[in-house]
Ligand binder design. Structure first.
Ligand code: F6R
Length: 607
């Protein structure tokens, strides 16, 4: 989603802002811009496309002296990704410049109203109404904070916004509602940003803003106000201990590959302090005060949704808890039957996904407890949950989610073990075996990953001419098949469908021919004979098959791809990187933009 950075300090602002925007590139964007005040004039420079285009325009201009400014990377929602639609937007008199993330839902009626008052618009964006409204209230004699409040009182939707004005060139005002905004505190310089990495090399002291808060920064001061009462709010800065290196590629060609290869460490980090291999037990402090639910409702999007579908099998088998798994954008608009003794579990890497947040707000409104599973400290999902389990995967930069899913699966497996044991459906021996398997897993995976990458690379070449793929699985490998298909389509742009193998003959098998390969998830488990029968149906129609399986499984298909076998459901953790690596190698072979696939954004903070 869009990225915002605002800088007010003692250094030249534009290089700082461009540096910050580059660290926000991973969020995905299609145009960018900066604004600053210089020689008592408000200047904006904007460009369609990547930051290099903007950098070239800045180089050709004179932006050397400003020490305060705003930057924005835009991911188009209203209006094409053109220069006119790029932020910052200005008021008609060029006194104000504004950047915005989110969606102004009632912008059409506001725009009509402003146009009837003679205001002319220079973009198709929803954002532009904000800057004209603020300007209108200023013209009525209000001061800046009051004009921002009056504007936001008229607005429906979500926003993180920042404003500079020509009359106070060292001052930035910013506000948020349902879109992330963070304050970074330096010495003689302060920042606002949509995301911590924007200013991480310069400060680790941050203040997380809450919904409907307004902030003012200058080089030497910061203040936060409640947008309802306009009273100042006391905020305590927090220290962020993230390593900047952790947000860099670490020698790999792409963030995605680095993040796939980090999964052994992710498993270690996510289980650290949560399993006791000596005792063979699971300790999840975070959920000790939550009653075990009668029904569990899992709500998530995309890859996180697949992690939820996967975990359903464990919750039902191990803890005998009925589970509903919903795509968040569906959950929020149906009438889910939630009872007080149920629990809503939201899964979100970013913790800012608009639909997932809306789902958890519905639960909270109905008095149902919410457990958030997320990766980003202080994110909205975390702050609005009754309890939160951090997946501890570290920053995930590649737009395609990989290690985050692995960490979500680990955390979900731990919850299922904890509840299964507490409900006495699992013996202590069973939990001991699971814990031993989990503590050995990083090592097994670490040893296997390089060979898996080589194999993935060769297989990707062999299958690179395919324009469509089926991914088939059974049981808990069905959600993994769906995830394999999602990874392939999002980064290599090859059409793929993940399906329950047993469902093929009810329609999709009509598509099978010699040009339509099937990626079969064929672990050596009790469902393998059933899966093999389905694969024979594919073979009988001339469909090529690639079978991911275990040594000695007896799967008689060529090519087979064997990965090491571990204990029970932990095998999913070795199938997952195989699927990720296959998609990765395919995208690399086809020359695609692996880390920033077209049309996608890292954090989907709009509906
Ligand atoms: C796919 C992917 C998306 C996200 C989805 C939810 O690779 O990254 O499908 O999983 O947008 O995002 P979070 O988990 O941040 O809520």
């Amino acid at each position: 989603m869009c990225g915002i950075i605002g800088y007010s300090g003692h250094r030249p602002a534009i290089p700082m802002i461009m540096d910050g925007l580059r660290r926000l590139e991973y969020r995905g964007y299609d145009s960018a811009g900066v604004a600053f005040v210089q020689n008592k004039r408000l200047e904006t420079i904007r460009a369609q496309g990547k930051l290099d285009q903007l950098a070239a325009k800045i180089k050709a201009s004179d932006a050397a002296h400003a020490t305060t400014g705003l930057g924005h990377t835009r991911w188009a929602t209203h209006g094409l990704p053109t220069e006119d639609n790029a932020h910052p937007h200005r008021d008609s008199g060029s006194h104000l410049a504004l950047v915005h993330n989110g969606i102004i839902e009632n912008y059409s009626s506001l725009k009509r109203e402003l146009q009837s008052q003679g205001v002319s618009f220079s973009s198709q964006t929803d954002t532009e109404v904000l800057v004209h409204l603020i300007s209108g209230f200023l013209n009525q004699g209000q001061d800046i904070p009051q004009a921002i409040k009056s504007t936001l009182d008229r607005v429906d939707g979500s926003y993180a916004l920042a404003v500079i004005n020509v009359h106070n060139p060292e001052e930035i005002w910013a506000a948020r509602h349902s879109s992330p905004l963070i304050l970074g505190l330096g010495t003689g310089e302060n920042y606002v940003a949509s995301d911590i990495p924007a200013f991480l090399p310069y400060t680790r002291e941050v203040v997380f803003l809450e919904d409907r808060e307004l902030v003012r920064i200058t080089p030497s001061s910061w203040q936060v106000f409640d947008l309802r009462s306009m009273q100042e709010v006391d905020k305590t800065p927090q220290h962020i201990s993230w390593d900047v290196q952790a947000a860099q590629k670490g020698g790999y060609r792409h963030f995605m590959l680095k993040e796939i290869m980090e999964q052994p460490e992710v498993i270690r980090d996510c289980t650290s302090g949560r399993i006791d291999p000596e005792q063979g037990s699971v300790v999840l402090e975070e959920i000790q005060d939550l009653p075990i639910p009668e029904v569990l409702h899992i709500v998530a999007c995309g890859t996180s949704y697949h992690a939820g579908l996967w975990a359903k099998y464990l919750f039902e088998k191990w803890a005998q808890i009925p589970v509903q798994v919903d795509i968040a954008s569906e959950f929020r608009y149906r009438s889910p039957i939630l009872r007080k003794q149920d629990l809503v579990l939201t899964i979100s890497q970013s913790g800012e996904t608009a639909d997932t947040l809306a789902g958890q707000r519905i639960a909270a409104e109905q008095g149902v407890k919410v457990l958030g599973l997320c990766n980003v400290l202080g994110s909205s999902v975390a702050r609005e949950s009754d309890a939160v389990i951090y997946t501890q995967a570290g920053p995930e930069i590649s737009v395609a989610s990989t290690k985050a899913m692995c960490s979500q699966m680990v955390a979900l497996l731990l919850i299922a073990l904890d509840w299964g044991r507490k409900r006495s459906f699992l013996s202590s021996d069973f939990v001991r075996r699971a814990v031993a398997g989990l503590s050995d897993l990083p090592q097994v995976m670490q040893a296997a990953l390089p060979g898996m990458q080589d194999r993935a690379s060769r297989l990707a070449q062999d299958f690179s001419r395919a324009r469509s793929f089926f991914y088939l699985g059974r049981g808990m490998y069905t959600p993994l098949a769906m995830e394999g298909a999602l990874k392939l389509k999002e980064i290599s742009y090859i059409h793929a469908e993940g399906y329950a193998a047993g469902e093929m003959k009810h329609g999709p098998i009509a598509l099978i021919d010699a040009d339509f390969p099937t990626f079969a998830l064929a672990p050596a488990d009790e469902l393998l004979p059933k899966l093999q029968a389905n694969l024979q149906e594919v073979q009988a129609r001339g469909g090529p098959i690639l079978a991911l399986t275990h040594p000695g499984s007896g799967v008689d298909i060529s090519p087979v791809w064997e990965v090491p076998q571990v204990w029970g459901p932990l095998n999913s953790f070795l199938f997952l990187p195989a699927l990720q690596l296959f998609a990765y190698e395919m995208a690399v072979y086809l020359g695609k933009d692996v880390d920033q696939p077209r049309n996608l954004a890292k954090s989907v903070t709009v509906e």
